[in-house]
Design a protein. Structure first.
Length: 420
């Protein structure tokens, strides 16, 4: 028998991409009795299933052959027009031809990495940051450097030092209700980010999947809309959190040259995003006032967030700290020193409750005492029961030599005290 020669190995870039802790956490919580605060899923009961069904019915009745045929890579013209109108109302001077429709904002981020980054290029990120962005930059072979944050987002002094030291090609930010912390970058810091990018010559990726979910305070301008930032800022957006995540529709907005390069990369990757889904989304946005529909959604998310915040004091070990978001879906928690959120997760699942450990969100040295909670998917009564179960899990797993002790001075990410 002839000797069989094994096939070549996988590309080296696959070594840099670990499994998704969020996907693994969701797998742990497949049992219906588990109250999961793990996934960043919009509330299913808030999805306008009747309106979306009607939109599909209309496009399939009015132009079935167009809706089910191949389409242009840029995206459905009606959808680009609808998205551009929303961006203009939000303060961004733009046109439909500045947009590229993508298969979710995650694809937009992948396209950006594809057309901007060479192996070894430096990307600066908030510490902690969106886990899937770290995976995306890892696949691109980038060198990812974390920049310190506080309760108001990225520390612009630390950013200036990192820019001077690292000479980055790209800065990746989630300025509104950041994943995982829930923080929002204030206007003065946004202006300083734009100024630094103009002075030092790097790109900004402004990821905004949660901006339309503000339930406290006034809307803040995109970095993309600030003077001097338009030629170096790429705005990434999504319909997943405001329409339906299963439609997998997002967009990339950027300077013409970069958009053109991303279009060619997308053409090679998947030719175009789903024709019928784009047509249905465009139809829905024409037939409905999305802002009016989002009003009750924001009010419900505020109620759920406030319920979670009000219950954390009784659920968490003494000395814990947590963020207080003004929108979005997430609360970021730090347990006292000596606690390990990943090690505690099996104890929580045994109590039929789950969260996402915070360590994988760090590009640098992880903080094992951190975890992320999503409040979007459950009503107040379920949230309170979930916090009761979480308290029971922490009581059973309390380190015997430490108990519930205050966090060490200076370690709490939101300063002294229980909340920020």
């Amino acid at each position: 028998m002839r000797r069989r020669v094994p096939p070549p190995g996988l590309a080296r870039r696959t070594d840099t991409a670990g499994s998704s802790v969020i996907r693994e956490a969701l797998a742990l919580t497949a049992r219906p009795e588990v109250i999961s605060f793990a996934g960043g899923l919009p509330a299913s009961e808030l999805i306008d299933t009747e309106g979306i069904r009607a939109a599909y019915d209309r496009v399939l009745a009015e132009a079935p052959h167009r809706a089910l045929q191949y389409s242009v890579t840029d995206g459905d013209p009606a959808l680009r027009e609808a998205v551009a109108e929303r961006l203009v109302r939000g303060g961004l001077d733009t046109r439909p031809d500045r947009l590229l429709i993508t298969t979710g904002a995650q694809q937009a981020l992948t396209l950006l990495a594809t057309v901007l980054l060479e192996p070894g290029d430096t990307v600066l990120v908030e510490e902690p940051t969106y886990l899937a962005a770290l995976q995306c930059f890892g696949y691109a072979g980038a060198r990812v450097v974390p920049v310190a944050t506080d309760r108001q987002g990225i520390d612009v002094g630390a950013l200036a030092d990192a820019v001077q030291r690292e000479r980055p090609k790209l800065l990746y930010l989630v300025p509104d209700f950041q994943n995982p912390t829930g923080h929002t970058l204030p206007p003065d810091r946004r202006a300083e980010v734009a100024r630094l990018a103009a002075a030092r010559g790097f790109w900004i990726a402004e990821d905004d999947p949660y901006g339309e979910l503000r339930f406290r305070g006034a809307r803040l301008p995109w970095i993309s809309a600030l003077e001097g930032a338009a030629d170096r800022t790429v705005l990434l957006g999504s319909l997943s959190k405001v329409l339906a995540p299963g439609m997998r529709l997002g967009w990339l907005h950027g300077p013409p040259g970069l958009r053109r390069a991303a279009l060619l990369a997308k053409q090679a990757l998947d030719l175009h995003s789903s024709t019928v889904d784009q047509a249905a989304a465009a139809r829905y946005l024409r037939d409905h006032d999305l802002d009016t529909r989002l009003g009750p959604v924001r009010a419900l998310y505020r109620e759920r967030c406030d319920t979670l915040l009000g219950a954390l004091g009784q659920a968490l070990p003494a000395g814990s700290t947590w963020s207080r978001p003004d929108g979005g879906m997430f609360v970021w928690v730090r347990l006292p020193d000596g606690w390990d959120a990943a090690a505690l997760l099996p104890h929580a699942v045994a109590q039929d409750v789950a969260y996402v450990p915070g360590a994988p969100f760090f590009a640098g040295r992880p903080d094992p005492a951190t975890l992320r909670l999503s409040f979007a998917s459950h009503g107040p009564a379920v949230i309170r029961e979930g916090m009761r179960r979480l308290a029971a899990a922490f009581d059973r797993a309390a380190p015997p030599d430490r108990g519930r002790v205050p966090a060490a001075a200076g370690r709490a990410p939101y300063g002294p005290g229980a909340t920020a």
